[in-house]
Design a protein around this ligand. Structure first.
Ligand SMILES: *Cc1c(COP(=O)(O)O)cnc(C)c1O
Length: 349
């Protein structure tokens, strides 16, 4: 079995609620910072010191505990290479992935010749703590966890995380916190991430900060692990635009807070609409909601698309039959989706 990232094409001009992007765009300060770049800046290999210092301050960690990457995807690849390095062809190292999950973990494990061991979430997407621990073998080199989960939006109980790290036997425990800004909670700062050499936390500035097009992510762990990971990441992986965008985005706290408020209000707006239509959903700690439309799914997807609203079909993910994932960003955008959904489900034209 091989794995790859499934790219989805979205028609131009549609409302993009399918990739959990920031639907408001980045802070205007980011654009200003990009405007201030000059021709020499573009012609020069970027200096990361300012971006590293600003990001370390934002995450409240020492710079030694941080590696910036060209999007978190780049960080996932680097961490996978580090963890599965030397995997024997005859008896490949194993990576445990709790599914449904972001495609990139399996794609990267596959790319470096490791074996993907999938552990499904339990009924109603409950976290499978004992199943993950039971899947650990002497060949396990990586365990990929996502908190909050994508596509369910559910959190991993902290006790479950601790139990897995304790049982990991030195295998890398990669905790993908792409949506931690929305959850308002992080493993960074927890003794688990501070002291364990095998715990790597991944962050992205694509989602809450709206920098998906610039590509900016981060890995966080012990100074020793980050030192090792730095050797796996290309020396100039972040482009000059991203290096000036990060400090500018962090300075605009008001914009960030406004967006988190929009996301909270949007989730509630969507929950209320789904309740009215009798559609099952899972309360999300992220900027999207997974909803089970069941037999109506195809009608919902095509009906929304016909109204220029793009949501993500997740029905082929394990345990997600009949499900779509809907980004909840700017309130007005969510309202457009809710209105379109009403037309589709109630047959009003
Ligand atoms: C979006 C996403 C990423 C990728 O972030 P980039 O910084 O855009 O590469 C990683 N993990 C999860 C779970 C995501 O949803």
């Amino acid at each position: 079995m091989t794995f790859h990232y499934e790219r989805v094409v979205a028609p131009a001009g549609g409302l993009r609620l399918h990739l959990n992007e920031n639907t408001a765009g980045c802070s205007p300060r980011v654009l200003e910072a990009l405007h201030n770049l000059n021709r020499t800046d573009i012609a020069t290999y970027p200096d990361y010191d300012g971006a590293i210092a600003a990001t370390a301050r934002r995450l409240a960690i020492a710079p030694e505990r941080l590696v910036l990457t060209n999007g978190l995807d780049d960080g996932i690849l680097a961490a996978t290479v580090w963890a599965l390095k030397g995997s024997p062809v005859t008896a490949p190292y194993e990576a445990i992935i709790v599914v449904p999950a972001f495609d990139m973990y399996a794609a990267c494990v596959d790319a470096v010749g490791g074996t993907v061991i999938q552990v499904p979430l339990r009924a109603d997407f409950a976290f499978p703590r004992s199943e993950v621990i039971d899947a650990i073998t002497p060949r396990t080199r990586a365990i990929f966890l996502t908190d909050p989960n994508n596509p369910t939006g559910l959190r991993i109980p902290r006790a479950d995380l601790e139990a897995i790290v304790a049982a990991a036997n030195g295998a890398m425990v990669f905790v993908d916190e792409a949506y931690a800004d929305f959850a308002g909670d992080s493993l960074i700062g927890n003794p688990l991430a501070e002291s364990r050499a095998n715990v790597v936390v991944g962050r992205t500035f694509a989602k809450a900060y709206g920098l998906a097009g610039l590509r900016a992510g981060a890995l966080v762990g012990t100074p020793e692990t980050m030192e090792a990971l730095r050797r796996t990441v290309p020396p100039y992986t972040l482009n000059v635009g991203a290096t000036v965008a990060l400090p500018a985005a962090f300075e605009d706290a008001a914009y960030f807070d406004w967006y988190l408020d929009q996301v909270r209000a949007s989730r509630q707006l969507l929950y209320d609409a789904l309740d009215r239509h009798g559609v099952t959903y899972w309360p999300s700690a992220a900027n999207f909601v997974l909803a089970r439309f069941g037999a109506d799914l195809d009608r919902v997807l095509s009906g929304l698309a016909a109204r220029q609203v793009i949501v993500r079909d997740r029905s082929r993910d394990p345990g997600c039959a009949g499900c779509a994932r809907i980004t909840t960003g700017v309130l007005a955008h969510t309202q457009r989706c809710v209105d379109a959904l009403k037309e589709v489900l109630c047959g009003v034209a």
